[in-house]
Ligand binder design. Sequence first.
Ligand code: SF4
Length: 186
Amino acid sequence: MQPSRPSGEMDMRIANLVADSIVDGPGLRCTVFTQGCPHRCPGCHNPDTHTPDGGREVSVAELAEQLFANPLTSGLTLSGGEPFCQAEACAALASLAWERGLNVWVYTGYEYEALLERGDPHVMALLEHTHVLVDGPFVEGMKSYDALFRGSSNQRLIDVPQSLETGAVVLWQQPDPLAHFTRPES
Ligand code: SF4
């Protein structure tokens, strides 16, 4: 499913954009922190992103320009705030990134199953242009410094294309960086 309006006509309210992140997924990434989040997780690290009136409005076209400015960028991360509160604009940006061969990660305080149950076309368009969904609220009691790319261990790294194809949650597997090397014969 494609976003319903041309991306040039859409704005997104964002809290921040980090053009060279190495902590919101693998590789060098452009991370867009969307503004507005209804979850209010205790211990949230980004409380300034909660109010939907904060931050600033930026066109999706302008965000795409910044995303594609560095040829070394390998991925787009949509974080928050809550990207699914602006699913249509996020889907438009994710779709542009997808077309350019960038991998797309999305952080959400919702659980994957709850997003599917909504049956919302914009939510589905965003999921269909997401490679990895980091889902679920931040739970302070489950905070973990060992959980890869997550704040708390309840959150899952979901391989969305595989999950949509199979109809069951498939967790993302980190590629083995040594997979292309063969062991010398002993
Ligand atoms: S979902 Fe994320 S941004 Fe929203 S309150 Fe929870 S930790 Fe904070």
